[in-house]
Design a protein around this ligand. Structure first.
Ligand code: COA
Length: 321
């Protein structure tokens, strides 16, 4: 028994902030940001919230997968930036969808979150515990961003992506995942509520803070390692992989991973040019775009890989349903 993705959906706020707008807030330029990160624009919430975006992406994924809300047994929302603490975002999604039979919880693992949500749902489905799962990555990182810090504010964006998974006969591929809390200082954020707490807004520690070079080095070393690990664990050859769907942090990271794996960059789709880094939403949004544009075909073997704060990193292999 295994689990396959049968529907996807995504939501991006309508407000688009380009690099020139960022250059009105901090000393930077469109050219610098594109060259160092690949990002040209990002979507930023105005009226939307982490909950509302999760609900929109989830509705689209259920429609796409032709799954009724009452069929859903499990809802996992991966987020580090929910607008509410209680109830959890997943329960809010349940309420909005009317998914009355679902067990719901949130998962916090930053940019590795969607891969870990997928692995968690897969374990339940392949273990026969549940039949249908809805996994969502939803982030309002603009609320955690210090718009005076040019080392971070250029990178991030808001959005949500979702996937519906069904239990199905077939092979379950084992994931490879790791964490290193000892290196957690490389990327931190002390509060989820910088946007509503005027006093804390003056203290940079309460926003996302990052040692950019340390995170860059970590990603280009650990992501190829964990991809090789997941392939060898499942005895899958690189040549069998049609797509590597990596967390969308930075085009230079994706290019460096492709090079270290000695795989063509064409196997590494990117949409970070439009969205920036949307943390746990990024892989889900990209999956949805790839499905809608017909690039994912039944039987395609795909690697998904996430990496980020914690530090956390992981990869998983799947066969498209
Ligand atoms: N615009 C213009 N100049 C900038 C700048 C900006 N937005 N940000 C930094 N600089 C300057 C620095 O002050 C420094 O100037 P100096 O040489 O006079 O001191 C110079 O550019 C180089 O800074 P550096 O930090 O070495 O740049 P970099 O090449 O490492 O790029 C990042 C910075 C953040 C783009 C890069 O480190 C990165 O992408 N890291 C990974 C981040 C990431 O993906 N995090 C999320 C993972 S989930």
């Amino acid at each position: 028994m295994t689990g396959i993705i049968c529907g996807t959906g995504s939501y991006a706020p309508s407000y688009v902030m380009d690099n020139n707008e960022i250059a009105t807030m901090v000393e930077t330029s469109d050219e610098w940001i594109r060259e160092r990160t690949g990002v040209a624009t990002r979507h930023i919430i105005k009226d939307e919230t982490t909950v509302s975006m999760a609900c929109e992406a989830a509705k689209k994924a259920l429609d796409d997968g032709e799954v009724k809300p009452e069929e859903v047994d499990l809802i996992i929302v991966s987020t580090i930036s929910s607008n509410i603490i209680l109830p959890c975002t997943a329960c809010e999604v349940q309420k909005e969808l009317g998914a009355e039979n679902a067990t719901c919880f949130d998962l916090s693992a930053a940019c590795s979150g969607f891969v870990l949500a997928y692995n968690t749902a897969l374990a339940y489905l392949s273990g026969g515990v549940y039949q249908t799962a809805l996994i969502i990555g939803s982030e309002s990182l603009s609320n955690l961003t210090n718009w005076k810090d040019r080392g971070t504010c250029i990178l991030f964006g808001d959005g949500a992506g979702a996937a519906v998974m069904r239990a199905k006969e077939g092979r379950t591929y084992l994931p490879a995942t790791h964490s290193d809390g000892m290196k957690g200082k490389a990327l931190t954020c002390l509060s989820r509520h910088t946007h509503i707490d005027a006093k804390r807004m003056k203290d940079p520690e309460y926003y996302m803070q990052m040692d950019g070079q340390a995170v860059f080095k970590f990603a280009v070393k650990k992501v190829p390692e964990v991809v090789n690990e997941v392939l060898s664990k499942n005895q899958v050859k690189k040549e069998e992989i049609v797509w590597y769907i990596l967390h969308q942090a930075n085009s230079r990271i994706v290019e460096a991973v492709a090079k270290r794996l000695d795989e063509p960059i064409e196997k590494f789709p990117m949409n970070l040019q439009e969205y920036g880094n949307t943390s746990s939403a990024s892989i889900a949004i990209l999956l949805d775009e790839m499905k809608k544009s017909g690039r994912l075909k039944s039987g395609h073997k795909i690697v998904m890989a996430g990496f980020g704060a914690g530090l956390t990193w992981g990869a998983t292999v799947m066969e498209w349903g």
